[in-house]
Design a protein around this ligand. Structure first.
Ligand code: BG6
Length: 482
């Protein structure tokens, strides 16, 4: 199956931090893919901007190397790649001084969409915005793209929002949470709101509980110093898992427009209960046979930062009161598995006696890998011997259903094109980010007060033992990792 491509209008995109990891690993490969698919117009301009004093040709060579390193089998053919690289321009720039800014201004066209991608630490957002204003580069058609971490807590997130608001309208600010750009995450909305089947059952009366798992097999690697200041709660729960929870729990928006969707997500975040310390388990991975422990990797033997967290979250609204949402995420776990499992309640009365297994109907939405959906249902076991029941899976892999040659775009491909189209639906609004921090902050403050050590867990396991208890004591069980 060939994906349908709707070309976007011509644009000028400036990437600040263009020689950095994110630009080389994600942003530029994503643009190259969209170019290869014919979505990015050939007259579009992509201008790298960074502190390094290099020529346009040197920048192009750097990106060509990055494509070799990061694009793998998905890279377009050599000719397309070369045409894309040929389009790239470069301007050395210093955020803290006037150096390079006048030059950058001369490279921009007045009559096309203009976007600035802030692929730099948040401490530079203010200077970049000020310089853009000073050199007359901000117009009504200007958009900026900013990455997480969007703040470290509520206070810093507010300060960042304030800094950006001094130069840009909210409709010009695109805050990326790359989980929202994943095809399968968008599928959550399609499953819920393009089918009549699930919605009548999508509430506390029929749903026993929901499990959201984002497990990674990799450790913190070279990001130790950043990660250790952050931990799983700030790095994953406050943003990615929160977004997944919102898409599962929100009311149907009245239309698929940015503010209609974001208003509903915000209501979910505001309705989240404060999480009790007894409903949270934090963990830190130990050393394995040939891998270092978390403490060694972050080079901080006393660190109390968690590389794993599991928590039970309640939502106080009419739809969800009484249905717990269990969230877990961690590094160095058995496999890379992200999924959402909605477990339905038992039938109110069994006409088959006691033989019906317990909570059988489960809808699993697999986000990665092997994207797809499974619905477990009861059927009769074939053959004589009375009415013996068995639960089986209605299993669908999206690759099988849509065709193996279907290119599933990387999240950044979709998100960057949405910036150019001016569609903010899959981007976080400022109030959403602040509400998520307002919920997260007291949880982290509690840990800091108690100074409790995270529970150790083995690399390649499913996390600390105590996380099992979080569900056992509620007479429930985590799903096994694949
Ligand atoms: C990032 C986190 O936002 O998401 C990383 O900072 C994490 O720690 C990554 O590894 C996971 O993203 P994905 O797309 O690989 O699931």
């Amino acid at each position: 199956m060939v994906s349908r491509v709707i070309p976007v209008d011509s644009f000028d995109l400036v990437i600040f931090g263009a020689t950095g990891d994110l630009a080389r690993r994600k942003i530029l490969p994503a643009l190259c893919q969209r170019f290869a698919e014919g979505q990015m117009p050939p007259e579009a301009r992509v201008i790298g901007a960074a502190r390094g004093d290099m020529s346009r040709a040197e920048f192009q060579a750097l990106i060509s190397d990055a494509f070799d390193e990061f694009m793998g089998d998905s890279a377009p053919d050599a000719e397309t790649r070369a045409s894309f690289i040929e389009m790239l321009d470069y301007v050395p720039i210093d955020a803290a001084s006037d150096q390079g800014w006048a030059e950058l201004a001369t490279r921009l066209r007045p009559d096309v969409v203009r976007a600035f991608y802030f692929s730099v630490g948040p401490s530079l957002f203010g200077s970049l915005a000020t310089q853009l204003g000073k050199f007359g580069m901000i117009s009504d058609e200007t958009r900026i793209v900013v990455e997480k971490p969007f703040g470290h807590d509520l206070e810093t997130a507010r300060a960042l929002n304030k800094t950006l608001a001094a130069h840009f309208d909210e409709r010009q600010i695109y805050r990326i949470d790359h989980y929202l750009g994943k095809e399968t995450v968008q599928n959550l909305m399609a499953v819920r709101f393009a089918n009549v089947l699930f919605e009548p059952l999508w509430n506390a009366r029929f749903v026993d509980h929901v499990q959201i798992t984002v497990a990674e097999s990799v450790g913190v690697g070279g990001r130790g110093p950043y990660y250790d200041k952050s931990g799983a709660m700030r790095d994953m729960v406050q943003n990615h898992l929160m977004q997944l929870l919102c898409l599962i729990a929100m009311e149907p928006p009245y239309c698929f427009e940015p503010d209609a969707v974001r208003d509903e997500k915000l209501k979910v975040i505001n309705a989240l209960d404060r999480v009790l310390p007894t409903d949270i388990v934090r963990g830190q991975y130990l050393a394995g046979a040939d891998s270092a422990s978390y403490l060694t990797e972050v080079e901080s033997p006393e660190s109390l930062t968690e590389s794993y967290v599991a928590l039970k979250v309640g939502i106080s609204n009419w739809r969800w009161k009484g249905t717990p949402f269990y969230l877990r995420t961690g590094k160095k776990l058995r496999s890379r598995t992200s999924e959402i499992a909605v477990t339905f309640r038992d039938p109110p009365h069994s006409i088959f006696g006691e033989t019906v297994p317990w909570r059988t109907n489960v809808l699993v939405i697999r986000l990665q890998p092997d994207e797809g959906m499974t619905l477990r249902v009861m059927i009769k076991e074939p053959g004589p011997g009375g009415m013996r029941l068995k639960d089986v899976a209605l299993d669908m892999s999206f690759a099988d259903a849509l065709g193996d040659d279907m290119h599933i775009p990387d999240a950044y491909e979709r998100l960057i094109m949405d910036v150019m189209r001016g569609n903010q639906t899959l981007f976080m609004r400022g109030d959403e980010v602040e509400a998520a921090w307002a919920w997260t902050d007291p949880i982290i403050a509690e840990w800091q007060k108690s100074a409790d050590k995270p529970k150790p867990y083995d690399p390649g396991s499913s996390g600390p033992e105590d996380a099992l208890m979080l569900l056992h004591r509620d007479d429930r069980r985590w799903r096994e990792f694949r």
